[in-house]
Design a protein around this ligand. Structure first.
Ligand code: AMP
Length: 285
């Protein structure tokens, strides 16, 4: 299979996409920040199976990082990313510079806000994060005008934010969610895993273990959600990590659960040294 064509300029992107649309080809989009791993490639393959041409965007979006977060040190590996995309069905890698995405500067840009969903869970400790994500994704939807766009369940809250934004801004884009790809020991794949030293890497799978323990308790009939969340936090602390939150929520809308709810999700964020890890586990009861 051919390597993907690489385009950086929005005008060149539009020209190529217009050609495909004239040929009545179905276009799919996979937004990423690069440093691609097998989880990202699952999204590309899933999109390639449902569309005729897959565009993978690679852009480390400054708008979604807080002032004390890892924007400067976030891994940027464009050569390896293009090699990884070969053979996955990606036709085009869109790799815009910051000026292409934020022509009036990142602070002056028009922003998308998704209230409510953006303020809970990860949004509580990362103010502005989901607005930054929604703004970049809305721009990519306008630039690419895909029929389908894929996002990972690894970022469960992000998926909910994107679904709400897509519906409310009337984007004619089908949102495809793709299951979380994990390492053999259970750790969810993430570009940030490379920040972990050997000791931290050995502890990190305990995050998923804590989620599975909580899921088992729900399946066994427990509905004392607050106590279960507390136990999840205790398990994470015992593994040498600092819990930011462990929350049991409804899958739809991420609201607080009722004992009769059948579709729940356990979401967690932890700190392991200077690295922040998130994971989640959906539970059908
Ligand atoms: P990122 O480059 O971290 O912004 O991620 C780009 C897309 O890949 C997002 O939709 C993520 O949810 C998805 N993704 C990241 N990690 C994984 C994973 N381990 N499994 C599946 N999808 C993932």
């Amino acid at each position: 299979m051919n390597p993907p064509e690489v385009i950086a300029a929005p005008e060149a992107l539009r020209e190529r996409l217009d050609g495909w649309r004239r040929e009545k080809l179905r276009i799919g989009l996979v937004p990423t920040m690069g440093n691609l791993h097998s989880g990202h490639l699952d999204l590309v393959r899933a999109t390639a199976a449902r569309t005729d041409r897959v565009v993978v965007s690679i852009f480390v979006n400054p708008l979604q990082f807080g002032p004390n977060e890892d924007f400067a040190s976030y891994p940027r590996t464009p050569t390896e990313d293009l090699a990884a995309l070969q053979g996955t069905g990606c036709a085009l890698a869109f790799m815009p510079g910051e000026g292409a995405m934020y022509p009036h500067g990142r602070r002056a840009t028009t922003r998308i806000e998704v209230p409510g969903l953006s303020e809970i869970l990860c949004g509580a400790t990362r103010p502005g994060h989901f607005s930054g994500v929604a703004t970049a994704v809305a721009k990519l939807f306008n630039l690419v005008q895909p029929e389908l766009a894929a996002f990972g369940e690894k970022d469960f809250q992000q998926l909910a934010v994107i679904r709400q934004m897509t519906a409310e801004l009337c984007f004619a884009v089908e949102i495809l969610s793709v299951p979380t790809r994990r390492e053999p020991d259970g750790l969810a794949m993430s570009s940030r895993n490379r920040y972990l030293d050997d000791d931290q890497r050995a502890r990190a799978p305990q995050l998923y273990t804590a989620l599975r323990t909580c899921a088992r308790a729900l399946r066994s009939g427990r509905r004392d959600f607050v106590a279960l969340q507390q136990e999840g936090m205790d398990n994470i602390r015992s593994a040498g990590m600092i819990p930011e939150y462990v929350e049991i929520r409804r899958q739809e809308g991420l609201g607080s659960p009722e004992p009769a709810d059948k579709r729940l999700v356990i979401l967690a964020a932890v700190r392991l040294g200077r690295t922040r890890l998130i994971d989640n586990l959906a539970v059908e009861l």
